[in-house]
Design a protein around this ligand. Structure first.
Ligand SMILES: NC(=O)c1ccc[n+]([C@@H]2O[C@H](COP(=O)([O-])OP(=O)(O)OC[C@H]3O[C@@H](n4cnc5c(N)ncnc54)[C@H](OP(=O)(O)O)[C@@H]3O)[C@@H](O)[C@H]2O)c1
Length: 342
């Protein structure tokens, strides 16, 4: 439905709109009688911040199993131990997942394939911003922000599709939501000409950490919009979820200037939501909104896509990005995961 909201895109990208939304609107409660008995929920990047609070919010709805996808099992188990004390009957498992490594993403998905009968809800929340240019050490050699926020999420989305699909014709569709950010709303895409789009994001000489973060999230929305065209929403509903500016997370851990760190924390203190409220948005995107959110940008309602996606150039680049992503991830046979849906 975001596809039909072009007229709202410019306004929704403005600072004024986002400031107003952050300051004066409250994230609604999850309506009764939603509950998750008999269901399995996955949240990645779940040891701290929004991911951890999302797990807490999901646990209140009594799922049968919650999986915390984390890159440090030690940190994940420390967080899970506290949750197990709060939710005495809950089944909480900590699974290793390093989004800087395609191999780790594949191992994680293989474990899901082996151990789960069905995955009902997946929130791909793990993400980061970097102030300096760094490449991932293993495999793709892409810049880290693009790898973690975009490419690894794209790979994981494909690989989880089989477990997200219903096992019987009467079961509900699986829910897949990738976490986005308002930082992508006003990003412009630069056409690299004949060069590859993905490689054009790997240029240290052009690197700007804030813009790269917004760009990586714009790529996620473009990917989700196209993925939604390729899969049946009766089987899996896919969307992006935006928690909005949130205080009290570790997101600014890489900021090494004390001045910038104080300024960002002061700004977040002013407009940021509490993690408990912001992470409830993930539940709106996966449990409250339905088929109408397929391929859309969501919080508790469906919003417009980032402006760039409504232009002809944005559309063409979305197609190119899709082709390049399929090519980049062909080592994992991702096309086959799509074909099962058609
Ligand atoms: N905070 C905001 O204002 C805000 C606004 C809009 C969107 N978001 C998005 O919300 C999500 C969560 O952010 P947050 O604010 O909660 O930040 P956070 O507290 O820093 O949490 C980020 C999570 O992602 C994990 N992660 C980072 N790199 C990873 C990797 N290579 N492999 C696996 N996990 C990795 C972190 O694990 P470690 O602890 O092990 O590093 C952590 O669990 C991100 O996608 C972010 O872009 C945040």
């Amino acid at each position: 439905m975001s596809a039909q909201l072009k007229k709202k895109a410019s306004y929704e990208a403005t600072f004024a709109h986002n400031f107003w939304k952050q300051t004066f609107s409250r994230v609604p409660a999850i309506p009764d009688p939603i509950e998750l008995t008999g269901k399995t929920v996955l949240v990645t990047g779940a040891n701290v911040g929004l991911g951890l609070e999302a797990i807490r919010n999901f646990l209140r709805l009594r799922p049968s199993l919650v999986i915390m996808g984390v890159r440090s099992v030690e940190k994940g188990e420390a967080a899970a131990t506290k949750l197990r004390r709060e939710f005495l009957d809950a089944r909480i498992e900590v699974w290793e997942l390093d989004m800087e490594s395609f191999r780790s993403v594949q191992a994680f998905a293989a474990r899901a394939d082996r151990e789960l009968d069905r995955l009902h809800v997946a929130v791909l929340n793990a993400g980061l911003g970097k102030l300096n240019f760094e490449r991932v050490e293993e495999g793709s050699r892409h810049e880290v922000t693009i790898q973690v926020n975009y490419l690894a999420n794209a790979l994981l989305s494909f690989l989880l599709l089989p477990k997200l699909r219903p096992t019987t014709s009467s079961s509900e569709p699986g829910r897949l939501s990738i976490v986005n950010s308002g930082a992508s709303l006003a990003i412009r895409l630069e056409d690299p000409g004949d060069g590859r789009l993905l490689e054009s994001f790997d240029r240290p000489e052009k690197f700007d950490g804030f813009a790269q973060y917004g760009l990586s999230k714009l790529l996620v929305m473009m990917f989700v919009a196209k993925l939604a065209q390729m899969i049946n929403p009766k089987e899996v509903i896919v969307n992006c979820t935006d928690p909005g500016a949130t205080k009290g997370t570790d997101f600014f851990r890489n900021v090494n200037s004390w001045f910038m760190s104080i300024a960002l924390r002061a700004f977040m203190g002013l407009i940021g939501r509490r993690t408990a409220d912001a992470s409830r948005i993930y539940l709106h995107s996966t449990l409250v909104l339905g088929e109408e959110s397929h391929g859309s940008w969501t919080d508790w309602i469906i919003r417009a896509w980032p402006k760039a996606m409504y232009t002809d150039k944005g559309h063409q680049m979305g197609e190119r990005l899709w082709d390049e992503t399929i090519e980049e991830l062909k080592f994992a046979g991702v096309k086959e995961y799509l074909q099962k849906d058609s």
